[in-house]
Design a protein around this ligand. Structure first.
Ligand code: GLU
Length: 510
């Protein structure tokens, strides 16, 4: 794709609640695109709709991006030359553009009250029109500056009557624009309505604020969710009406994130129902104190979360599935973003976490686990934890799994697996444990190879197979019926502890 102006892209969330993972994906694609083209990634807060403002949402957005390492170059909480980056703080900048549109005849005042509009809708419904719209057909019978006399309009404005400014769309005009993901999109103005751009409280609506800011911030590409595709024709017209067509950003509307079964948009409720988070971080609803779970708190690595998200709607066209942020930046192109919605797959998300966990150095994982172990009163040194990590890491999806998988290494068995006791524990098994213990006691080295040598020699002497001795031995030392190599386990526990556990099992088991 050819890029012929400095790349400046923005992520423009509205602070109406916690950022959904789909929002994080939008931010990610913007970030990857900016970095790939040596451009700037900007964070802008779109809070023109004050009725939907939720306290804490902005801080949540900032923290989520920080956790994901999607660092804005410019914007809210960062600063920059095009600020302020929060629309409520830019309030004074929008009126002049609404006025420019009024003057050029592309907008008009409308004085209809909420009741007027309700009445029109009800009448239309009774006449069989389900979706009444304020448009080129209906505006002629409404209270606006196109139907009222100039004197009356001036009087109403002087009186301080509430009004809105609406865009005036031409009849039957084809609005055509190119989208990097959808291709050519064409919409007829007959299927659009005269959207409100500005309100008498001095606040612009999303549509006006969005294009004014994209223009003033010199945005080169608008990369956003598919739910904004229906707004794009209006935005294209506003650029034209304001005389900014030459610097209009290019568009790319990203595919929806779908439920795991592919039927419909992924919602917060799906997460609750199917048991996975839909938010990057945990969110506590400030009104209800209700908690929505987050990937971070569930033990996901941010890199795994990002890698998974990158693949929800994009693929590199190769077999490679694991990508660092740097690799994503290099591989990412808008051409390889799919049109079709992307199904969320929770098993795949867990798989990503497992892959990242396997690639983490044992020492780093051990460091991670030490505080929890301390809390649980296991005062083991880091070296010991590292060995446990190395042994059980393959079986873990999350760092905390290592503690469960390796629990028997931190504490003596409190119980012995009942099935294994029933099936494998008998006088013969007991005798093998007694004999092995005696042999272990004589060893001066207790590395895995030493234990293995003694064990195998014992099998040879007795003329028995592993199956006769192994399960009872494992049961005695770990309390389990299955697990990683017993020789490794014994080496980690050390001679004294291994023998003590064997002794304990002999006392406890029948
Ligand atoms: N404020 C809009 C949102 O919350 C941004 C849409 C856009 O990027 O133009 O998603």
């Amino acid at each position: 794709m050819e890029v012929n102006r400095p790349v400046r892209v923005r992520f423009a969330p509205s602070p109406t609640g916690p950022l959904h993972m789909g929002g994080v994906r939008t931010a990610l694609y913007n970030y990857l695109f900016a970095k790939k083209h040596g451009g700037s990634f900007i964070l802008r807060i779109e809070d023109t709709d004050q009725t939907r403002y939720v306290p804490g949402a902005e801080a949540y957005i900032v923290e989520s991006l920080k956790w994901c390492k999607i660092a804005p170059d410019e914007g809210f909480s960062v600063g920059g030359n095009y600020g302020p980056y929060k629309q409520s703080e830019r309030k004074g900048m929008y009126r002049q553009f609404a006025e420019q549109l009024l003057e050029s005849g592309h907008a008009y005042y409308a004085f209809d009250t909420a009741e007027d509009l309700d009445r029109m809708r009800a009448m239309a419904k009774a006449a069989g029109t389900a979706n009444w719209q304020y448009n080129h057909v209906t505006r002629g019978s409404m209270k606006n500056s196109l139907t009222l006399s100039q004197g009356e309009v001036e009087r109403k404005l002087a009186e301080g009557a509430p009004y809105v400014i609406r865009v005036k769309l031409n009849r039957n005009e084809e609005v055509k624009f190119h989208d990097h993901i959808r291709g050519w999109v064409s919409v007829n103005t007959n299927n659009m309505d005269d959207k409100v751009l500005f309100k008498s409280d001095g606040m612009p609506t999303y549509h006006l604020a969005n294009i004014v800011d994209d223009h003033l911030m010199d945005i080169s590409h608008v990369i956003r969710g598919e739910e904004w595709l229906p707004s794009a024709p209006l935005h294209v017209l506003l650029y034209r009406y304001l005389g900014w067509e030459d610097s209009m950003p290019e568009f790319a509307h990203l595919p929806l994130l779908l439920k795991p079964d592919g039927h419909g948009k992924l919602s917060k409720r799906d997460g609750d129902r199917l048991g996975f988070p839909v938010f990057p971080l945990q969110w506590v609803n400030p009104e209800t104190q209700e908690i929505a779970s987050g990937y971070r708190e569930q033990g996901y690595f941010a890199e795994a979360f990002i890698n998974m998200l990158a693949f929800l709607g994009w693929n590199p066209g190769t077999e490679q599935e694991l990508f660092s942020m740097q690799e994503l930046i290099e591989a990412f192109t808008l051409e390889r973003v799919n049109k079709a919605g992307a199904k969320y797959d929770h098993e795949k998300t867990k798989w990503y976490n497992q892959q990242y966990l396997r690639r983490k150095p044992d020492a780093e994982l051990a460091e991670h686990l030490l505080p929890t172990l301390e809390q649980q009163q296991h005062h083991t040194g880091k070296a010991f934890v590292e060995k446990v990590v190395a042994l059980v890491k393959e079986r873990a999806y999350f760092v905390q799994d290592i503690l469960n998988e390796g629990a028997y290494l931190f504490a003596r068995p409190a119980v012995y697996d009942e099935k294994t006791v029933q099936k494998k524990w008998n006088p013969e098994a007991r005798q093998h444990v007694v004999s092995l213990k005696t042999r272990f006691e004589t060893l001066s080295y207790f590395e895995a190879e030493d234990v293995e040598k003694v064990f195998k020699a014992y099998l040879g002497e007795q003329g028995v197979g592993f199956g006769k001795v192994g399960p009872g031995f494992r049961l005695a030392v770990t309390g389990k019926g299955m697990g990683p190599s017993m020789f490794d386990i014994c080496a980690i526990l050390g001679k004294q502890e291994t023998c003590a556990r064997m002794e304990l099992a002999l006392e406890r088991l029948p």
